[in-house]
Design a protein around this ligand. Structure first.
Ligand code: UT7
Length: 331
């Protein structure tokens, strides 16, 4: 069974933080950031919560799909910066948009979150014949969890949200292929620890923390390790999803990769022998917004007219977990 993306929405906070802005708070330069990452600007929330950002893109996606919030049967949200341990981001978005008939839950697969969430949406649509519309929302506020004393990490991330409304494909022959992967042995390459208080019943030791040092509630990253992982798994995930869809790489009109570093995208394109022009890239304006990057790029591709109905799209992501995955579908 294929899927139909019947509406897209996105929201980027107004405050633009340019590379040069970092020069006043850390030892860095516009030149270093742009040549090493491809990033020029990112947007930062000015106090808006992750759920408020999410609700904005969700509202636009519903409008774009031409449906009412009450028609949504399921909301799957993905974030690593939820405002609460509980309730989920999905429940908060449901509350904000008034989707009172929807079940709601979050998927945590970090920057691969949208891939995991959209693939999960398709599986629900396939098995629940009463379900017509699923809202998949990605929303993140990475500015809240970057360590501004860590110059190699702080400059990478931004805030934003993007959503899609998805339903079943119109014909049985619709194209769809997916691949989801994970490697928890790489967990310590990229993580963020919660700061929980110890309970009062006896001494506790936190031996596991020796593997996960660093500040609570901040992103800790071994950039080189994540870089190597990304360059290795992006082609693997892409080829697996393309093959699962019964296609070859040359059939794909647009590849939409996770936007973490332009050099990673260039390396993946080169290793698959695909011209960079077939990769949708918008990292220069947003930085890495975690699970948001892929639906945000899809949104911009659609709204700019670059991506058209009938195009064969390959989404491919990687992130903390470590996780990776890819989806091929016809827009
Ligand atoms: O979705 C999450 C996924 N995360 C990623 O995809 C991150 C993947 N990794 C990367 O994108 C890159 O590894 C980084 C952008 C994080 C770092 O780039 P790099 O080319 O691997 O740089 P590096 O860590 O090897 O550092 C090279 C030099 C070092 O100085 P020395 O030791 O050579 O003197 C760093 O201290 O660059 C220095 N450096 C900086 N200099 C100016 C690191 N960050 C900065 C900075 N400004 N912001």
């Amino acid at each position: 069974m294929g899927i139909k993306i019947c509406g897209v929405g996105a929201f980027s906070p107004e405050r633009a933080v340019r590379n040069a802005d970092f020069e006043s708070i850390m030892d860095t330069s516009d030149e270093w950031i742009s040549t090493r990452t491809g990033i020029h600007t990112r947007r930062y929330s000015q106090g808006e919560s992750t759920f408020e950002l999410g609700a904005k893109s969700a509202t636009e996606a519903l409008r774009d799909a031409g449906i009412e919030a009450s028609q949504v049967g399921l909301i799957i949200a993905t974030t690593i910066t939820g405002d609460f341990f509980c309730p989920s981001l999905a429940c908060m978005v449901q509350r904000e948009i008034g989707a009172q008939n929807a079940a709601a839950f979050d998927v945590n697969a970090a920057c691969s979150g949208f891939i995991y969430a959209l693939d999960t949406a398709r599986r629900f649509l396939e098995t629940d014949k009463n379900l017509e519309y699923v809202l998949v929302t990605a929303s993140d506020r990475l500015s809240a969890i970057v360590d501004f004393n860590d110059r190699a990490t702080a400059i990478l991330f931004g805030d934003g949200s993007a959503s899609v409304v998805v339903t079943r494909g119109e014909s049985a022959s619709d194209i769809y292929g997916s691949f989801l992967g994970a490697d928890g042995t790489g967990a310590s390459s990229l993580y963020g620890k919660h700061c929980y208080e110890d309970h009062p019943f006896g001494e506790q030791n936190h031996t596991w923390e020796s593997e996960f040092p660093g500040k609570y509630e901040k992103i800790i990253q071994d950039g080189k390790e994540v870089y190597k992982f990304a360059v290795r798994v992006l082609p693997i995930a892409t080829e697996k999803a393309v093959t699962a869809a019964g296609l070859t790489l040359s059939d794909i009109d647009f590849f939409i990769p996770h936007q973490a570093n332009l050099r990673i995208i260039q390396a993946a394109a080169k290793s698959m022998d695909i011209p960079l022009e077939r990769f949708y890239v918008n990292i220069e304006n947003h930085g890495n917004t975690s699970g948001v990057t892929i639906p945000l790029a899809l949104y911009e591709g659609v709204k700019s007219g670059a991506i058209k109905r009938g195009d064969k799209i390959c989404l491919v992501g990687f992130g903390a977990g470590l996780t990776y995955g890819s989806i091929v579908f016809e827009f």
